[in-house]
Design a protein around this ligand. Sequence first.
Ligand SMILES: [Zn+2]
Length: 276
Amino acid sequence: MRFLIFLWCCAVAMFGAEAAKGATALIEFAKIPKNASLSFEGRDIALLRHPAKADTYFALIAIDYRSTARESALHVRYSGGEKKIPLTVTEGNYTQETLSVAQEKVTPSKEQRERTEREYAEAMAIYRTHSPLRLWSRPFLLPMQSPITSPFGTARIYNGTLSGFHGGTDFRAAIGTPVHAANSGKVVLAKDRFYAGGSVVIDHGEGIYTTYYHLSALHVSVGDSVAQGAVIGLSGKSGRVSGPHLHYGVMLQGLSVDPLQFHAQIERLFLSASRN
Ligand SMILES: [Zn+2]
């Protein structure tokens, strides 16, 4: 991992200059000009206050899984100038898997298609909302302690047809296993959906959402504030699944990112603070 010091006005410490498709790049800034604005490939990126270091800011950049590997850059604009921080996007080490599921979940009827389109639009409207208030103050935790049965990013072939990629991390979970909130936040979706089954989505603020799918019971409702670790529901096998498990996802800036890698990036913020 590269560590660079940028010499403009003040020192800017930076790491995370390389990120895979589907990953979250983390860039930390010390004493960045107050009026600075950030963008990455045409998207505005929020400058966020460091959770543990005074006068320090950071940026999280979601890298689109569907993008190609390339040399890119984070643009930093401030009064009197502009800097580009190079960011290399890599392919990542993702694999491919073949799944067999009920045919109706692969080729849904017209009514089912309309339902999934409605549910997709509703979810994307949530994920693209940037709630400015941060609702977390600690690193993210896994929603359960259980073996991972399918990692993020695997290209998926359903009944012989390529159907996108796995947008979350699957945990082995017998039906009825408690599912815990990865961090504190506000419930913005709690309902049954066609593909995701029993679903809970938590808004953590600043464009960060966690998602919990295929639940057999929901213990929260839209509008509820949840504390980190609170039981938000029980795992199940509802929706498009080949067996019971928990699908856990992280949405950042409207994109699915690798949950475990995202957790590790947030943890680095706290670790970097404890080193100083
Ligand atoms: Zn999954």
